[in-house]
Write a protein that binds this ligand. Structure first.
Ligand code: KG4
Ligand code: ZN
Length: 371
């Protein structure tokens, strides 16, 4: 069974084809991503109108290329999977309308995919066609259930416990900013390019952690709490306090008070100060993720742990998780951590196997969809 996955929830127009690989999960046949990132970089973040327009320009060529690289024609495709939420309304609309049209014209079953859940399914891809194999690194087996997933991206930070593919519960999520979003905002303060994750981490290597002191958000069950963390559950996250601590520390470091505008900080901070801030911020942000993952691991003793989403590409997060978990965690290949069509196709494959398709005449976008 071959599934075409289509993803347009944010700034990546992506399409991919996966096929079943028996008990060993899924095989990647193609993975095409066209990003409008360069256009957004100028503004330091995603501009929804630019993203939507560039999806319209890219969607047809990207789908065509994904089918061609997989060596497939429409008769070979057994189903179409498309992200219908969460994401930017205008962006989602392009993918959903394209997928609905293609499903109707070519008479294919259509699967409506939750983007956040799909990030976890990048780890169910365990091999690739000969053509792609040299460009990707896979774990050989699929993750076993019960499965604990840490989903960390620009829009989401959550811990989810899966008993099986479609029987899961969200243990905790962020009360405010997503971890990737916090990286993006701190990058902006330090005058670093968007996306913030890779640029903050690169600078952090030149700095010493502990030169600045930033607090970790504590949940109620851990005792201490600040205004920002009031009411945080045991597995919830909060990044607004850390982001404000970074702002205050940077203002103090240049001898200014809390009224000093954040967009002028980068010009006054020395390279050394920036690197030290990046290092401590990165350490605390990642340690918070790992602390909660460990807490959940010890309580639920899952058979596997999957780390997914854009931030799971971080070498620092991988190092910390591998250093503390007693089992090997699943991390997708870096190219499958950020948004892509392969993870959408992968979840679509399991939806096709275990549930019925959606109505191609009716599928609507759900920008605020949650797991
Ligand atoms: O999953 P993704 O592509 O999009 C969303 O669904 O949000 O994640 C994008 C986020 C950005 O915030 C970016 O800063 C972060 O992932 N990111 C990283 C790394 N690569 C991307 N964060 C830390 N380290 C990285 N290497
Ligand atoms: Zn994503």
């Amino acid at each position: 069974m071959k599934v075409l996955g289509i993803e347009t929830s944010c700034d990546e127009t992506a399409a991919a084809v996966v096929e079943s690989n028996g008990r060993r999960g899924l095989k990647l046949l193609s993975n095409v991503v066209a990003s409008s990132m360069d256009m957004h970089k100028v503004y330091g973040g995603i501009v929804p109108e630019i993203a939507a327009r560039s999806h319209i320009e890219s969607i047809n060529p990207v789908i065509k290329q994904a089918l061609a690289e997989a060596g497939c024609g429409w008769p070979d495709v057994d189903g179409i999977a498309v992200t219908h939420g969460p994401g930017l309304g205008g962006s989602l609309l392009v993918g959903v309308l394209s997928a609905r049209t293609l499903a109707i014209i070519h008479k294919k079953p259509l699967y409506a995919i939750n983007h956040v859940q799909a990030h976890v399914y990048a780890s169910f891809i365990t091999s690739a066609s000969d053509k792609l194999a040299k460009d990707y690194k896979f774990q050989n087996e699929v993750p076993a259930f019960p499965l604990l997933a840490l989903v960390v991206s620009g829009g989401h930070t959550q811990l989810v416990l899966f008993e099986s593919h479609f029987d899961y519960r969200v243990l905790g999520k962020t009360a405010d900013d997503a971890v990737g979003e916090a990286f993006d905002k701190v990058a902006k303060m330090l005058g670093l390019p968007y996306p913030g994750g890779p640029s903050v981490e690169k600078l952090a290597k030149k700095g010493g952690s502990r030169k600045f002191v930033f607090p970790k958000a504590r949940s109620r069950s851990q005792g201490m709490h600040t205004d920002a963390t009031q009411g945080l559950g045991r597995y919830d996250f909060s990044y607004s306090g850390l982001k404000t601590a970074v702002l205050r520390a940077a203002q103090q470091a240049i001898g200014e008070n809390h009224n000093f505008p954040s967009h002028k900080l980068a010009r006054k901070l020395t390279e050394k100060q920036k690197a030290d801030i990046a290092a401590e911020f990165s350490r605390v942000a990642m340690e918070t993720l790992v602390d909660k993952t460990m807490l959940a691991y010890e309580e639920f003793l899952p058979k596997s742990v999957v780390v997914a989403g854009g931030v799971s590409a971080s070498p620092e997060l991988r190092r910390q998780i591998n250093g503390r978990l007693p089992i090997d965690a699943f991390f997708p290949d870096a190219k499958l951590c950020t948004d892509n069509g392969a993870m959408i196709a992968a979840l679509g494959y399991y939806q096709g196997k275990y549930s019925s398709p959606t109505d191609a005449k009716k599928l609507d976008i759900q920008p605020n969809l949650s797991m």
